[in-house]
Design a protein around this ligand. Structure first.
Ligand code: ZN
Length: 276
């Protein structure tokens, strides 16, 4: 396979037509003609992930987040992003990203998160206008109703671990069944989750005022994971798909998923123990 072949496989898995208009998806650095035998998947194109790519000797890195969401006029090695570009180019490693395209796609981040929660009969929370069976977020039903407390416990166990863990807002003893999910920052989807009849909305990065004002009106109750954890779940299915798609083209591709936690937070301490 070449870098160009992998770009096409990722386009099949996460069509750029599904991406938001403000977004950036695609090849960030690398020569489409270069050969690729191994790929590293990660959420963020940060320094620790570049370190891992160099030490593991992969030919290509595919991240969820873009390196330059708003574009740039400088890739000099004078800041962390420019340094990453230089290190990758010198090592002959291509960098590609699939962001809101992968969020929305079949088998993408939203579907993977719904699968982790154990939802059935899922549909997009915000359907794509052209492909309404794909889109942002998913809403579906648990196999059987459970309490918010039990759901939170199950979801916490199903997500990869990072320091902040999972925050829960709502009536812990309430029985819930219909669950909406959206990986990454979900403030903007609170109203859609309510209008779709969700009992609970699992997302990340919820801020005090939107969350507090939302809960004043009752359901959906809120599960707030971390941005990294709620999006990382989309990587293992993508790894499997890329390896299978390469195999069906008669090529061999080794795709590994990074386990480096790229949430900014490395420690969570319970507060208030000093009550002197
Ligand atoms: Zn994100």
């Amino acid at each position: 396979m070449t870098v160009g072949d992998v770009v096409r496989l990722v386009e099949d898995a996460a069509p750029s037509d599904l991406a938001a208009s403000w977004d950036s998806n695609g090849l960030i650095c690398g020569d489409p003609a270069d050969p690729v035998q191994s790929i590293l998947l990660a959420v963020d194109p940060v320094t620790t992930v570049v370190d891992e790519a160099l030490s593991s000797g992969v030919d290509m890195v595919i991240t969820h987040h873009p390196l330059y969401l708003r574009g740039t006029d400088c890739v000099a090695a004078t800041d962390p992003k420019g340094r990453s570009i230089h290190r990758l180019v010198r090592a002959g490693i291509a960098l590609l990203n699939a962001h809101t395209s992968l969020d929305a796609a079949h088998g993408g981040v939203a579907e993977a998160l719904a699968d982790r929660v154990g939802l059935t009969s899922t549909v997009p929370l915000e359907p794509d206008p052209v492909s309404p069976d794909q889109g942002i977020g998913r809403i579906g039903t648990l196999v059987q109703p459970i309490t918010l407390r039990q759901l939170a416990t199950d979801v916490a166990a199903a997500l990869p671990d990072s320091a902040p863990g999972l925050l829960v807002g709502g009536d812990l003893d309430a029985v819930v069944e219909r669950i909406a999910v959206s990986g990454g920052a979900g403030d903007s989807l609170l109203q859609q989750a309510r209008e779709a009849g969700a009992d609970v909305f699992l997302t990340a990065d919820l801020r005090h005022h939107p969350a507090s004002e939302h809960l004043e009106n009752g359901r959906p109750y809120l599960l707030c994971g971390t941005h990294w954890a709620t999006e990382w779940v989309g990587l293992p299915p993508l790894a499997q798909r890329l390896e299978e798609d390469a195999r069906s083209c008669g090529a061999s591709l080794k795709v590994q998923v990074s386990h480096i936690v790229t949430d900014p937070w490395v420690l969570r301490l319970s507060t208030g123990s000093d009550r002197a």
